[in-house]
Design a protein around this ligand. Structure first.
Ligand SMILES: [Zn+2]
Length: 441
């Protein structure tokens, strides 16, 4: 099979992949709240339908975040090859985080400077989405001229990855969209870099801890019992006892950055006592907004974000936090608490000899002339749903862009990277769909 022409064809689509990335960046799919999802899904679906894909729009009705004002609309497009084979699925999230401040470029402008496309989502991950679209389109255009597609190609644009993916890949995976026999291999074009293959991610356990107190007048705090003081005792233990232990637990997985090759804990938020108000006084010293009423806090809530490594068990992760709370209950007068799990996912790691890893590695060597590096992600991404709900193990993240730029001002993706990764994706897809590991060149 002659793949030189396929690679040349992708090379000639440099302007096309650039334009497609720009067009996607200009659709401001900001999450939260989930703006313009429908518009972005339709834009993608209509383009792929014109190229022979069967297109489905799947709204996650009633799922988290879904409303008529902000419909959680996903798009899944499938192109059937003429031979029997396996399906390669490219999954990209279409949502982006808010622009934030500090931009010198227009956040949703898609401006180009020095070979880079700037804009929110250019790197994470509309550039990767554009590369996968161009890769598949070039493959389809090459059919008949030395290239045969076995199996099928799928491209999906899914919502809400930035907020857990429950209405996106999570919703679809529960309904069989990421399972055999429909799909066999998944590449998620997150911005990990053109020569890096991301095998999986650390585990995550989110929990809300509430400490309880007794309300009283704030001028006589001794008549009450402050939930905030109780929370501070708990946080003190987290910092002085748990923190040092976690820092000693090192993983063998190639997590990048290296600092994340240990267990970590972040206190995501703390809220105690009265709700936050805007307190202000005018020039006379008179309040211009609501004043706080003096009370002893009867409740304080903290959200914990615990990331754990492959060498740890989720049950142990949970128990060690519960043990500390129970210890305080025994030793600290008046200490009472509630703990509620918000979310948990175990670590996942696709083996380096899995088909999707092997095919992508061969393609990287061919296109870039160097061996890939294998990495693992400190945070989770949609792979967690594909593994857990789809029961599919042959999944990686691979795509253009520099991960550190994600969610930053002046986020960009390099045009050369878009082209290179499109070539890698096309070669990998061709190999995987044929169900062969090594005989294509
Ligand atoms: Zn992303």
């Amino acid at each position: 099979m002659n793949t030189d022409q396929l690679l040349q064809r992708i090379e000639s689509k440099r302007d096309e992949v650039t334009a497609l990335t720009q067009e996607l960046v200009r659709i401001p799919t900001v999450n939260p709240p989930g703006d313009a999802y429908e518009a972005c899904a339709r834009f993608l679906g209509e383009r792929l339908a014109k190229r022979g894909f069967a297109v489905q729009y799947i709204r996650a009705k009633g799922a988290p975040g879904d409303s008529d004002a902000y419909p959680r609309t996903n798009v899944v497009a499938r192109y059937e090859g003429s031979h029997k084979g396996e399906c390669v699925h490219f999954n990209s999230h279409i949502d982006v985080v808010e622009a934030g401040s500090g931009w010198t470029f227009e956040p949703f402008g898609g401006q180009i400077q020095d070979g880079k496309i700037y804009g929110r989502g250019s790197c994470d991950m509309k550039g990767g989405l554009a590369s996968s679209v161009i890769a598949c389109e070039a493959l389809i255009e090459s059919l008949g001229s030395g290239v045969a597609l076995h199996g099928a190609l799928e491209i999906s644009g899914t919502v809400d990855e930035e907020s857990g993916g429950y209405s996106g890949v999570g919703y679809l995976a529960e309904r069989g969209y990421f399972s055999k026999p429909k799909v066999h291999h998944v590449i998620i074009p997150e911005p990990l870099g053109v020569d890096r293959i991301c095998l999986g991610h650390r585990g995550v356990y989110w929990a809300e801890v509430e400490t309880k107190g007794r309300i009283a007048h704030g001028s006589m705090p001794f008549l009450g019992d402050s939930a905030i003081n109780h929370m501070s005792a708990f946080i003190h233990l987290l910092e002085t006892q748990l923190g040092p232990k976690l820092a000693l637990r090192r993983t063998q997985e190639p997590v990048e950055p290296v600092g994340a090759r240990v267990s970590t804990l972040n206190i995501n938020s703390v809220h105690g006592g009265q709700v936050v108000q805007r307190y202000a006084v005018d020039a006379r010293g008179w309040p211009t907004a609501d004043l706080p009423a003096p009370t002893v806090a009867h409740s304080c809530k903290a959200v914990l974000d615990r990331r754990f490594i492959a060498e740890e068990q989720l049950d142990d992760v949970k128990r060690e936090i519960l043990d500390m709370l129970q210890e305080l209950q025994r030793t600290r007068p008046g200490f009472d608490f509630n703990i509620k799990e918000i979310m948990s996912f175990v670590p996942t790691a696709t083996p380096t000899d899995a088909p999707v890893v092997a095919a992508t590695a061969i393609a990287i060597a061919r296109v870039l002339g160097r061996e890939p590096s294998y990495i693992s992600s400190p945070g989770t991404y949609d792979q967690k749903h594909i593994v857990r709900s789809g029961h599919l193990r042959d999944v990686i993240a691979y795509g253009p862009g520099i991960l550190d730029l994600a969610h930053q001002p002046d986020e960009y993706v390099g045009i050369q990277e878009l082209v290179d990764s499109a070539k890698v994706m096309a070669l990998a897809a061709l190999r995987l769909s044929a169900g062969t590991a090594g005989d294509l060149h």
